[in-house]
Structure formats: structure tokens, C-alpha cells
Design a protein around this ligand. Structure first.
Ligand SMILES: Cc1ncc(C[n+]2csc(CCOP(=O)(O)OP(=O)(O)O)c2C)c(N)n1
Length: 533
């Protein structure tokens, strides 16, 4: 008779989940005992980065990914990362240890009281099995919840004595054998109606969201846009955790602004807005105004019923984004509309000492490898990055869609472990870098050859910008004097240097991106400012 532990590891094997991201404690050791050779354990030194690494790995592989945390304090540290993973729609199966069943009721030390409550608002399902024999079935259920659309984290708390218990062989075998799939196309008649609306529209526009990339709809999006000669906007940057469309394409016109009034103004020229794979919309600052101009209609296609239900305007069609796009390509005709004017090439940024964020992004664009992947967490240079890098391949851009910092360094490590053949470059503000800083150790330990580029402006620039916008004066805590991330990285053993100016930066980036034996970190002083181009 197999133990619960043996049955559960078989379940993980059956789902190809043989990489576990974790930070262990005494309550997890029974699960990790006699760790099988065909599994890999990736250690993160704090739980926020454990979840962040798994998030990057899950998104870059497209597969459910196991995260193992230490009872209440581990889950507590992880909650910011779980919030990110939910926004990123990362399919995480999060398990956490729990006190021995014999001591839960008396609340012995490290009992995770009300274990299912901790992560509850941010997970699709939160559970502690009533019997040890239910553990494999509960984890199987968590895998299915995490993997079904909309993808996202699911949580199971497991008392530490459960692992040695005898499994219920029949239940475990059935749980391991089951396959659950959830890709469904919208009804053909609904898509045919939408295709007719598109064909008949005077000036329709396409808004590309992150789920185009996640669903594998990239080529179909390009085919539809070209056939219908649509202008393409990217969904507002805060929610654009992935790119939905090649940003060097002549029909790509820019990134939508992230506020109600400004979105309506930008979309005013269009009579039909087709939003694909995005919420409507990931707004952030509140700039009031009409949701859309009166003459503008909107239809969103999303695999997420929650996104469809909460959109404040327009129609929504729920179904798999890639399948819907493929059908729309077949159902729409070739349009003879005039395609939009291509957006201008970025100009040479002004010379200054220290360089601007725009100049730093120009240097990165010069050094950019064909098959590079970007992980971005550099708030005041986000728009300069989007304007200057213009990434054109699927699976090449990851951004924390919730806005919770700590995603950058850790997700970059996870993405690199998932994509060992592609160079990963992680662009960071020096403030943002601190939340995930311990993941530098994991990058080195697992020889993940990520190039970290740290923009050092000695402040929380974006918060100063928000302070102006919110008409807040005299707020404390917005300056970061003397924070030397290169020195911190050296302490973790990561080869690191500070460079100055565009030429030194370009040369250092080329060298670092070319290295494949482990991580490198480059820090460059940049001037204070919001870098929009
Ligand atoms: C977990 C978390 N804590 C705090 C914030 C608020 N916050 C947003 S941006 C920011 C500062 C980022 O500073 P830095 O990375 O140096 O970038 P800069 O704005 O200077 O470009 C902070 C603290 C957040 N988004 N997430």
C-alpha cells in the first residue's frame, strides 16, 4: 500500500510537475523526506520570491507549477506574491505544511489556525483535507482549479503527519489518472455575428491583452489584424503582464493610457473596439470621464467570466482567446480599409549625465538579443521600455500585472529556468529590486544566466510623480539615498558592476547577455524623471 507521500509524488509526476519551488520548515520536512531523484527542488530564501519564481516558471512553461510553503508565517510572507500570481493568471498549486493533526485543536506552536483563510481572497480554491487519505485528491483538485480558465493559484494546507499515512489506493489512482480540460471556443453563431460587425465597421480597432500570448493566439491575432487592416493598441501597461501583439508591427500604434477619461479619448476615433485577452480595462489612476465616446461600441473576448462580468461597458464573449481568434480569421473577409500610419521610430534620446531612463532603454535596445525575454519592474522607465524595445516575439515579456513589487528578480529566475535556451534580461528600479532581492541567491545557486539591469535614481520616482498627480505635498519616504544594489548583489556572490553613460552600459549589457554560466548584474545611475519615450 503506498503512503500519501508516494501517491502524491506519483500525481505530480503524472502532471509533469517535477520542479518544486519552496522554502522549507519543520512542517514540510516529512513531505521532502527521501526526495526522489527525478524531482528538482528550487530553494528561495523568502516566500515572496518562492512564489515569484514559480509564477515566472508557470507562465513561461504554460504548466501548473508546485509551490511549497512553511505553514502560517510562510503563507503570510507569500501573500503579496499570490496576489501577483492571481493577476498574472499563473497556474500555481500552493501547498503549505500544518501542525500534526494531534496538535491542531490545542494550537501547538506553528499551527496554521484557519489555514484556508490566509490566501483565500487571492486563490481560486483554498482547502485543508479532512483526512490524510484525501491529500492526493485535494492536490489533484487544486491542479485542475489552477489550470482551468481563468488560470490562477489554488491552495492546500497539509498536516505534517499526513505524508506517512497509508493512501486510499483506489482514490489516489483515480485522482492521478484523471485529465480535465477547459479550452472552449465561443459559440460559432456569436463569432459569426462579431465577424459581421467587424466587416461592417467603418473604423474598428484591436486592443491586445496578455491572454493572447498565454493562450497561444499570437499568430491568429496578427492574421486577423492584417486581414481586417486594424490599428492595434496594447491594453494599459499596469495590466499588460504579457504582450499580446508584436510591438514592431506597422499596425501597432501604442499602449493605451491607464485611466477612464484618457482611454475614452484615445478610442474616440473608432466605431468598434475589439478587446482581446484583457480586462476592460486595467485602469489605475482615477481620471473621470465617460467610459467611451457615444459613437464607440466595444466587444471583449476573454476566457475569464469575472472579467466579462465586471467590465463597466460594452459586450463580452467568454471563451478561449486563441480559438476565438482563429475562428474570426476564418469568418472575416479581407478588408480594403486604409491601415493606420505606423508609429514613429523613437528618436535619439537627449544626452545628459547621468543618462535618462530613455537613454538606458536605448542602450538596452542596441544590445538586445534576437530571442531575448524581458522581465520588467522599473516603474518610471516602463513606457520608455515599451517604446524603445518594441518586442516582436511571443513569450518575450513578463510584467507583474498586479503592481505588487517583488515580482521582477524572482520571476526572471523562474522564466530563465523554464527557458534555458533564451537570454533573460530583467530591468529593475533600485527600489523595486529590494522586494525580491533574495532571489539573486537562487539565480546564482541554480546558474540562471539572467542579466539584471538596475536603474539607480536614488528615489521612488513613480511615487513622486503620483504625489504631483494626487496633489500631495510633503510625503515622507520617497528618497533612497546611497542604495548600492551592485554591492548587495556582490554579497550574494553575483558578479556585479556599476557603469556610467550609454556607451559603457551598451558594452556591459552585451557582455553580460553573452555570458551563460550564471547571473550578472549591471547598475547604472539615471537621472530623476518619468521616462515616457
Ligand atoms: C509590495 C509593494 N509595496 C509598495 C508598492 C508601492 N510602490 C509602487 S512603485 C514604488 C517605487 C518603485 O521605485 P523604483 O523601483 O526605484 O522605481 P522608480 O519609480 O524610481 O522608477 C513603490 C514603493 C508596491 N507597488 N508594491
Amino acid at each position: 500500500m503506498p503512503t500519501v507521500r508516494e501517491a502524491t509524488f506519483d500525481l505530480f509526476r503524472a502532471h509533469g510537475m517535477t520542479t518544486i519551488f519552496g522554502n522549507p520548515g519543520s512542517t514540510e520536512l516529512p513531505m521532502l523526506a527521501e526526495f526522489p531523484d527525478d524531482f528538482r527542488y528550487v530553494l528561495g530564501l523568502q516566500e515572496l520570491v518562492v512564489v515569484g519564481m514559480a509564477d515566472g516558471y508557470a507562465q513561461a512553461t504554460g504548466r501548473p507549477t508546485h509551490v511549497n510553503l512553511h505553514t502560517a508565517p510562510g503563507v503570510g510572507n507569500a501573500v503579496g506574491g499570490i496576489f501577483n500570481a492571481q493577476a498574472n493568471k499563473a497556474p500555481l498549486v500552493i501547498t503549505a505544511g500544518q501542525q500534526h493533526r494531534a496538535q491542531v485543536t490545542i494550537e501547538a506552536n506553528l499551527t496554521n489556525r484557519d489555514a484556508t483563510y490566509g490566501p483565500q481572497p487571492y486563490v481560486k480554491w483554498s482547502h485543508e483535507p479532512p483526512r490524510a487519505q484525501d491529500v492526493p485528491g485535494a492536490i489533484a483538485r487544486a491542479i485542475h482549479h489552477a489550470s482551468l480558465p481563468p488560470r490562477g493559484p489554488a491552495f492546500v494546507s497539509i498536516p505534517m503527519d499526513d505524508w506517512h499515512a497509508e493512501a486510499d489506493e483506489d482514490r489516489a489512482r483515480n485522482a492521478t489518472a484523471r485529465r480535465v480540460t477547459g479550452r472552449s471556443a465561443p459559440a460559432e453563431s456569436t463569432l459569426a455575428e462579431l465577424a459581421a460587425r467587424l466587416n461592417g465597421a467603418r473604423n474598428p480597432v484591436f486592443v491586445a491583452g496578455p491572454d493572447i500570448d498565454a493562450s497561444g493566439g499570437w499568430d491568429a491575432a496578427v492574421a486577423l489584424v492584417e486581414r481586417q487592416r486594424l490599428a492595434v493598441w496594447a491594453t494599459p501597461a499596469p495590466g499588460g503582464g504579457r504582450l499580446g501583439f508584436p510591438e514592431n508591427h506597422p499596425q501597432f500604434v501604442g499602449v493605451l493610457p491607464p485611466a477612464i477619461g484618457a482611454v475614452a479619448e484615445t478610442l474616440r476615433p473608432y466605431d468598434l473596439v475589439l478587446v482581446v485577452g484583457s480586462s476592460v480595462f486595467p485602469y489605475y489612476p482615477y481620471i473621470p470621464g465617460p467610459l467611451l465616446a457615444e459613437e464607440t461600441a466595444l466587444v471583449a473576448i476573454t476566457s475569464d467570466p469575472g472579467e466579462a462580468a465586471r467590465a463597466p461597458m460594452g459586450d463580452a464573449i467568454v471563451g478561449d482567446v486563441a480559438l476565438a481568434l482563429e475562428r474570426l480569421v476564418a469568418l472575416t473577409g479581407n478588408s480594403d480599409r486604409t491601415p493606420p500610419d505606423p508609429r514613429p521610430e523613437p528618436g535619439e534620446p537627449a544626452e545628459a549625465d547621468p543618462i535618462s531612463g530613455s537613454t538606458a532603454m536605448a542602450a538596452l535596445a542596441d544590445a538586445w538579443p534576437e530571442d531575448g525575454i524581458a522581465v520588467l519592474e522599473a516603474p518610471s522607465s516602463t513606457m520608455a521600455f515599451r517604446n524603445r524595445l518594441r518586442l516582436s516575439r511571443p513569450g518575450s515579456y513578463f510584467f507583474g500585472a498586479s503592481g505588487g513589487l517583488g515580482f521582477g528578480i524572482s520571476a526572471a529566475v523562474g522564466v530563465q529556468l523554464a527557458q534555458p535556451g533564451r537570454p533573460v534580461v530583467c530591468v529593475l528600479g533600485e527600489g523595486s529590486a529590494q522586494y525580491g532581492i533574495t532571489a539573486l541567491w537562487s539565480a546564482l545557486a541554480y546558474k540562471a544566466p539572467v542579466t539584471f539591469l538596475v536603474l539607480r535614481n536614488q528615489e521612488y520616482m513613480i511615487l513622486k510623480w503620483f504625489a504631483q498627480f494626487e496633489q500631495v505635498e510633503g510625503a515622507p519616504g520617497l528618497d533612497l539615498p546611497g542604495l548600492d544594489v551592485a554591492a548587495v548583489a556582490s554579497g550574494y556572490g553575483v558578479p556585479a558592476q556599476q557603469v556610467n553613460g550609454r556607451e559603457e552600459l551598451t558594452a556591459a549589457l552585451r557582455t553580460a547577455i553573452g555570458a551563460d554560466d550564471g547571473p550578472r548584474l549591471i547598475q547604472v545611475p539615471v537621472a530623476s524623471g518619468m521616462w515616457l519615450d
